[in-house]
Write a protein that binds this ligand. Structure first.
Ligand SMILES: C[S@@+](CC[C@H](N)C(=O)[O-])C[C@H]1O[C@@H](n2cnc3c(N)ncnc32)[C@H](O)[C@@H]1O
Length: 275
């Protein structure tokens, strides 16, 4: 018998993420060939801010199909990747075997991290397109704190929440940036996203998603309340995908404002340490 359709917002999201794994692996957006050939999927911002991670025990939250996790392993970290998509975790394990890189992958929701992966990590890492999938940012922060050893470090690189306020389909940067959504929103935004960001030509079956907006203040306060001390909060005028139509490619890895146009904070990064 076919199971009834999921009603839990996170389960609805999980179906979506399960569906896009193979599409992502085959896409140009994710450079699987580069990682298979011995290279890295990590961008220069992350590489410079993360620094030397050799020998560090690292937990990668929302690791998708493991491309970044394996790149972190290649930098010498002892890595565990966690994701709630069983397709993503299967693909990550297969990629680890194929590349011969040592990595552990566990399937579960973020808040299950300590049960599934332990609580003695030197670093918890998460990046690019992660927080909008999480309903409870305080639970997320407490999970990070519980996963870290004392003095352990948390690192995040993420899309800036200011981007969510703009009308996205017909905007062009910067003349036509219409503000259509509040920066402060509770509850999930329910989207019908028929097409995926990595492969806009493929119509998806699991087109419904639920996303939550988390402002910068909310994220930082959640981390501080969970017992982490902020080391830096950097805002950047670049992002690894064109968050607003009209953003232009910069230095290969990033998109930014066109020449001469006003610059917005398109992304931000955080480093924090467990007290
Ligand atoms: C945009 S991807 C992150 C991609 C990652 N930066 C990378 O390049 O590999 C978001 C990931 O979050 C995962 N995810 C979403 N909600 C989750 C949850 N509640 N618990 C665990 N994983 C989740 C999805 O399965 C997906 O792999």
């Amino acid at each position: 018998m076919t199971p009834p359709p999921a009603t839990d917002p996170t389960e609805i999201n999980r179906a979506r993420w399960d569906e896009v794994v193979d599409i992502h692996i085959a896409s140009e957006f994710y450079d699987v060939a580069e990682v298979k050939a011995g290279g890295s999927s990590l961008d220069p911002l992350i590489l410079s801010e993360l620094g030397d991670i050799r020998g560090q025990k690292l937990l990668h939250l929302q690791c998708h199909f493991g491309l970044d996790t394996l790149s972190l392993a290649r930098l010498g970290a002892r890595v565990t990747g966690l994701d709630f998509s069983s397709n993503a975790i299967s693909a990550a394990r297969a990629l680890a075997t194929e590349t011969g890189l040592d990595a552990t992958f566990v399937e579960g929701r973020v808040e299950q991290a300590t049960d599934l992966a332990g609580c003695d990590f030197d670093i918890v890492f998460t990046s690019w397109g992660v927080l909008m999938w999480l309903p409870d940012i305080n639970l997320w922060a407490r999970t990070i704190a519980a996963s870290l050893k004392p003095r352990g470090r948390f690192y995040l690189a993420e899309c800036h929440p200011i981007l969510w306020i703009f009308e996205d389909r017909h905007a062009s940067y910067p003349e036509n940036l219409n503000v259509v959504r509040s920066y402060f929103l509770d509850g999930p935004q329910n989207w019908d996203n028929l097409y995926d960001y990595a492969e806009p030509d493929v119509a998806l079956t699991s087109y419904k998603t639920n996303e939550w907006q988390h402002g910068i203040g909310e994220v930082v306060t959640a981390l501080v309340d969970a017992g982490l001390r902020l080391e830096f909060l950097h805002e950047h005028d670049r992002l690894v995908w064109p968050g607003i139509p009209g953003m232009v490619r910069q230095d290969g890895d990033y998109f930014t404002a066109p020449e001469g146009a006003p610059r917005l904070p398109f992304s931000y990064s955080i480093s924090a340490r467990k007290l």
